[in-house]
Design a protein around this ligand. Structure first.
Ligand SMILES: Nc1ncnc2c1ncn2[C@@H]1O[C@H](COP(=O)(O)OP(=O)(O)OP(=O)(O)O)[C@@H](O)[C@H]1O
Ligand SMILES: [Mg+2]
Length: 313
């Protein structure tokens, strides 16, 4: 559904590219989570996909349409929920939907029907006569999704739709998106809430400093690390001796040494883990505790985006 090839975008000659040689494929029907530290380049990428920003270099193909020659078709294929919800003074929910429906050139009768259906889908049926500006943040986000679906796009792109939502609203947003995926939509969602992404998405891409540093099916990307494990061992006192002991064992990798802690890589099996701990005890190393590194999206994120914040925004 989406092919991005070697995309580059810079906001100024002397600035490092916000998106740097990004290549990505999102198959039809995926619910794809797009994550990365602040300033990683997610919004920039999304805005290029939606045709709101022109890449300096690279190809964008959406649903078989080339962004350079088939802009209209690309726009028709995409429903976009931006990261910022505008101000809509004196506009009721119903009028908001009518306004956007007319932009898409949908007939009045069709808009009325769609408004009813879509507001029901996003659970806002009882708000049609309410002023948009008085809706809660979660309701506004859902209204934005309803609006983005008016022209029945095959691809829905949401830039941080869950930011600032309370836990219940987040769950509702998650369910709505999974529901839409079930209806056959391809969905891209950027978010900083990794637990949400891990829960709902079947594929994921992690961006850092303009680069895509990891991408693929959720189970592959997390499973790839399952074949190898890491254990974090807390040492009472100096960790030097523990580090030396680990170095003598071929089946272990010493990944880091801190004052009172070592991180050891191994094949993930209980046998090797036990040999490691046994050898440490025999060497007289006093351990305070140990834990296996969790194979979560969060730990992968921390690993591949090491270096912290990517920008100043
Ligand atoms: N309009 C702009 N002018 C100049 N620089 C920009 C502009 N928009 C974004 N940038 C820069 O481009 C880089 C990528 O920003 P972008 O907004 O794409 O990141 P992001 O991954 O969406 O971050 P966040 O998680 O904070 O939303 C950042 O360094 C940012 O400062
Ligand atoms: Mg952003």
């Amino acid at each position: 559904m989406i092919y991005l090839g070697n995309l580059i975008k810079s906001y100024g000659k002397n600035l490092p590219p916000a998106v740097n040689n990004l290549t990505l494929h999102v198959p039809k029907g995926d619910l794809f989570g797009f994550v990365g530290p602040n300033g990683a380049g997610k919004t920039t990428t999304i805005r290029m996909i939606c045709g709101l920003l022109r890449p300096d270099y690279g190809t964008i193909n959406i649903g078989g349409y080339d962004h350079r020659v088939q802009q209209e078709e690309v726009k028709r294929t995409i429903g976009y929920v931006p990261d910022f919800f505008g101000v809509y003074e004196n506009l009721k929910v119903k009028e908001y939907m009518e306004f956007y429906g007319s932009i898409y050139g949908i007939s009045d009768a069709q808009i009325r029907k769609l408004t009813g259906d879509l507001l029901e889908l996003v659970n806002l049926s009882d708000k049609t006569e309410v002023y948009v500006d008085t809706l809660s943040r979660g309701m506004k986000q859902r209204l934005c999704v309803a609006r983005a679906l008016l022209h029945n796009p095959a691809l829905l792109i949401l830039d941080e739709p869950s930011s600032g939502l309370d836990p219940r609203a987040r769950v509702e947003m998650r369910e709505l998106l999974m529901n839409l995926q079930g209806m056959g939509k391809t969905i891209i969602i950027s978010s900083h809430i990794l637990a949400d992404i891990a829960e709902m998405c079947n594929s994921v891409g992690i961006m850092s400093r303009g680069h895509l540093v990891a991408a693929g099916k959720m189970e592959d990307i997390l499973g790839a690390r399952e074949s190898s494990g890491r254990i974090i061992i807390e040492i009472a006192g100096d960790a030097t001796k523990a580090a030396e002991t680990v170095r003598t064992m071929q089946e272990l990798r010493l990944e880091s040494v801190k004052e009172n802690e070592i991180v050891v890589g191994y094949d993930g099996t209980d046998e090797v883990l036990n040999r490691c701990l046994g050898e440490l005890m025999r060497s007289g190393v006093m351990m305070k505790g140990f834990h296996k590194e969790e194979k979560s999206l969060e730990s992968l994120f921390m690993q591949v985006t090491a270096g912290g914040d990517d920008g100043t925004n």
